[in-house]
Design a protein around this ligand. Structure first.
Ligand SMILES: [Zn+2]
Ligand SMILES: [Zn+2]
Length: 266
């Protein structure tokens, strides 16, 4: 609500793992939505025993909740699609933490093909041929010439993606699973000097987060989840990560990041 997001418009909540700093906020959200008169379901995803925890909350606190909570327990060891709608897919990314933990990759679906105006003029295609071309087929003209689909169509824009890799030690596997991502959020709880502490606690350092971004060939890295020992020195964490991956931003609470649509030429 502080961020100006209408909570009623929240329909899906993706929980990475069941440490308090990642799930305690869910229960006041459930209650608030109930008080506001919500009736439509809220879908919640996360590792076991998320359902048991939610059931307990409902049994003792929100006993008269006016809407259903649909809980999906994810397999944090698998890279799987857990949600999709017409334009978006959400995939789990297995992470390495002290408890079962998965990140999420939010990926736009590839848009349908558009016809190139130049090709339309040149080949004088019939309606049936246009429809076939939009399906990705090559077209055979009346004189037997085959026009490859590439020449007839183009993808109007590149699908955008965002990866949320919460608490995790460095994982090349996770980085590879989000290859080419537009924005990679990766935790960087510690500075490189405190890498021993990172290892002990299942967290990453600034340099490890930056290496993940390099491995993933991400376009942009956002680091966060900083240990409070650096409260006055976040910029030094960002600068350290930027020595390995230049396009690094330090996350702040409530920050919004736009991912512009990059249109492809006809
Ligand atoms: Zn954690
Ligand atoms: Zn955490």
């Amino acid at each position: 609500m502080r961020c100006g997001i209408n909570p009623m418009r929240i329909n899906h909540v993706f929980v990475s793992h069941l440490h308090g700093d990642h799930c305690y906020g869910l229960f006041p959200l459930i209650s608030t939505l109930g008080l506001q008169g919500r009736q439509t379901p809220l879908y919640v995803y996360g590792p076991k025993p998320l359902r048991e925890i939610i059931d307990m909350h409902l049994r003792y606190f929100d006993t008269q909740l006016g809407y259903p909570i649909v809980c999906t327990e994810i397999d944090h060891t698998q890279h799987q699609m857990v949600y999709e709608n017409k334009v978006l897919e959400v995939w789990t990314i297995p992470l390495r933490h002290r408890v079962p933990c998965a990140g999420y990759l939010f990926r736009e679906k590839t848009p349908g093909l558009n016809l190139r105006e130049s090709a339309l003029k040149r080949y004088n295609l019939s309606f049936a041929q246009m429809t076939a071309a939009k399906r990705g087929e090559d077209i055979t003209l009346d004189d037997g010439q085959v026009v490859p689909n590439d020449e007839l169509t183009y993808t109007p824009y590149s699908p955008r993606s965002y990866a949320y890799l919460s608490d995790t030690a460095y994982s090349a596997k996770a980085a590879n699973l989000v290859h080419g991502v537009d924005v990679l959020y990766h935790e960087a709880t510690f500075s490189d000097a405190d890498r021993k502490r990172a290892q002990q606690t299942g967290h990453s350092t600034t340099l490890q987060a930056a290496r993940a971004a390099v491995t993933a060939q991400a376009k942009r890295l956002v680091i966060g989840h900083f240990s409070n020992r650096y409260d006055d020195n976040i910029e030094s964490l960002r600068a350290e990560a930027a020595t390995v991956f230049e396009a690094t931003t330090a996350a702040t609470e409530g920050m919004r990041i736009d991912i512009p649509i990059i249109k492809n030429r006809q």
